[in-house]
Ligand binder design. Structure first.
Ligand code: SF4
Length: 306
């Protein structure tokens, strides 16, 4: 059979489902390649992670679609899900990706994870996920610290020759002194990520920053996702985090249920916070706005993201 794979989002971040499908079909002796609209295939798979990615109008009608972006929460069949990802289809990717756990214990109103994945449970081991040719692993777990299986995996990685990133963030509320010590025993690729999505989380984040610092994780390596719904609240959180030496990262709210994009103001706010130089030189969002307005006609002052 000839198999065409289509990565709708094309963000550069590897698509785990497509890599597993590639391994599975190559194992059956099928010819697998990226889908080309000019060619015909026996089967085409398309994956779409983000709801805001436009659908490709040229995919054949019988394309097998999957992913949250299509509004589909279906899982891969077990015989495909257990395949080791075929990293050769993303030659620029030099790290492993995977999940140690699936699901979450919480039910945040803006999040699809509880609906999509359900209750938290163990899923895989870091030894299964690690690539033989790389020591870096990016875990996509939604709430690794909420599951004993996840904690056991973290303990097992201490002292091993692996560097990690939990790219969805770890839940600051669950960081006890014992867990902070476990996290301090890991080698990190660059950042330790947490989320400060509401005003109520700010004190917790600042408290855990102090705790993690005691275990060798410096403040400038704490990368904090900040959901932007109300600008006033997001600005207060981002400024407080910056002043405490942490690295806030603004994420404009997107209404997934109704497929509504973020507001222009929230996007502009994120442009300020996420541009290192702009966020450092403009102490407030209104200062940033007035600088931008002052330079209108002469080109944008800050036109690049970190
Ligand atoms: S803690 Fe994170 S993954 Fe869990 S429901 Fe909230 S936003 Fe979603």
């Amino acid at each position: 059979m000839t198999i065409g794979l289509h990565d709708s989002d094309n963000t550069g971040f590897p698509n785990l489902a497509l890599m597993k499908l590639s391994t599975y079909h190559k194992g059956l002796g099928d010819a697998v390649e990226w889908w080309n609209p000019l060619l015909t295939y026996d089967r085409v798979y398309s994956s779409k992670v983000f709801t805001y990615t436009p659908e490709c109008a040229y995919l054949p009608e019988n394309t097998i679609k999957g992913g949250t972006g299509y509004g589909l929460y279906t899982e891969l069949p077990p015989e495909i899900d257990q395949c080791f990802p075929d990293y050769s289809i993303y030659p620029k990717c030099d790290y492993a990706i995977g999940f140690l756990t699936r699901g979450c214990i919480r039910n945040c109103p803006w999040c699809v994870v509880p609906k999509k994945e359900g209750k938290i449970r163990g899923y895989n081991t870091w030894r299964n996920i690690k690539r033989p040719d790389s020591k870096n692993i990016v875990f996509m777990d939604n709430n690794i610290l909420a599951c004993q299986w996840g904690l056991d995996q973290i303990m097992d990685m201490a002292g091993e020759d692996v560097r990690v990133d939990f790219n969805q963030g770890i839940d600051a509320r669950l960081i006890t002194p014992e867990i902070a010590e476990m996290l301090g025993n890991l080698k990190w690729i660059r950042f330790v990520r947490m989320a400060c999505d509401t005003d109520a989380m700010l004190d917790t984040i600042l408290d855990r920053a102090t705790l993690l610092e005691k275990h060798g994780i410096k403040r400038h390596r704490l990368f904090i996702y900040c959901l932007v719904q109300g600008i006033h609240s997001a600005e207060a959180r981002c400024i407080a985090l910056r002043d405490a030496g942490l690295v806030p990262f603004a994420q404009p709210y997107r209404d997934f249920e109704n497929n509504l994009p973020p507001t222009k103001e929230a996007m502009n706010f994120a442009r300020w916070v996420n541009h290192k130089a702009a966020f450092k030189s403009c102490k407030t969002f209104s200062e940033y706005n007035s600088k931008i307005r002052g330079h209108r006609g002469g080109g944008l002052v800050y036109d690049q993201r970190i």
